[in-house]
Design a protein around this ligand. Structure first.
Ligand code: HEC
Length: 146
């Protein structure tokens, strides 16, 4: 489903394998459209590697040219394509365990541990997120939205 959304709405700029599109006229490597996967893409510690954050960004900014008043993708399509691009390979950020000193405040869709809950890594990455959100509200009185 996410791949289909990607092929319909994103591939034309971001490339067949999300490798981006290089500016063929520049005399140094320069992207016209940024890669969404591979060595030059955002790393696995980036906000865009969190599916809720990526889906929000994508819905209101992509395909390039849309704005928050005139989105093209539905919530579901944005979520699915965010999951698709985040299933592709990308650079690894070192020392991610040092991110979020207070682990309780980590966004629920942070795909890497450690967490202060026992939900599986795959659920933190792809959801469903509602049970994780409910857990923090019940056990820590923390209202999370992402
Ligand atoms: C018309 C070309 C075009 C299309 C189609 C398009 N994008 Fe983009 N995309 C861009 C450009 C240009 C940027 C860089 C924008 C900027 O830096 O302000 C970008 C940036 C992004 C980024 C941020 C990358 C980063 O590392 O900061 C993501 C994620 C993204 N696009 C996802 C998508 C998805 C998913 C789709 C399909 C639903 C899509 N784009 C469709 C041109 C496009």
């Amino acid at each position: 489903m996410g791949k289909l959304v990607y092929e319909t709405h994103c591939k034309v700029c971001h490339g067949e394998n999300a490798e981006g599109t290089l500016d063929t006229l520049a005399d140094f490597p320069k992207y016209v459209y940024p890669p969404l996967a591979g060595d030059d893409s955002f790393n696995d510690g980036a906000g865009l590697h969190r599916i809720i954050t990526a889906a929000e960004f994508i819905k209101y900014n992509m395909p390039f040219g849309v704005d928050y008043k005139n989105p093209i993708l539905t919530d579901e399509e944005a979520y699915d394509v965010a999951a698709y691009i985040n299933s592709l390979p990308r650079p690894e950020k070192k020392h991610k365990e040092r991110d979020f000193p207070d682990k309780k405040l980590k966004p629920v869709s942070t795909p890497y541990g450690p967490w202060t809950d026992t939900f599986p890594a795959l659920q933190h990455k792809y959801g469903p997120f509602q049970p994780i959100i409910a857990y923090y509200e019940q056990n820590h009185k923390i209202k999370k939205t992402k």
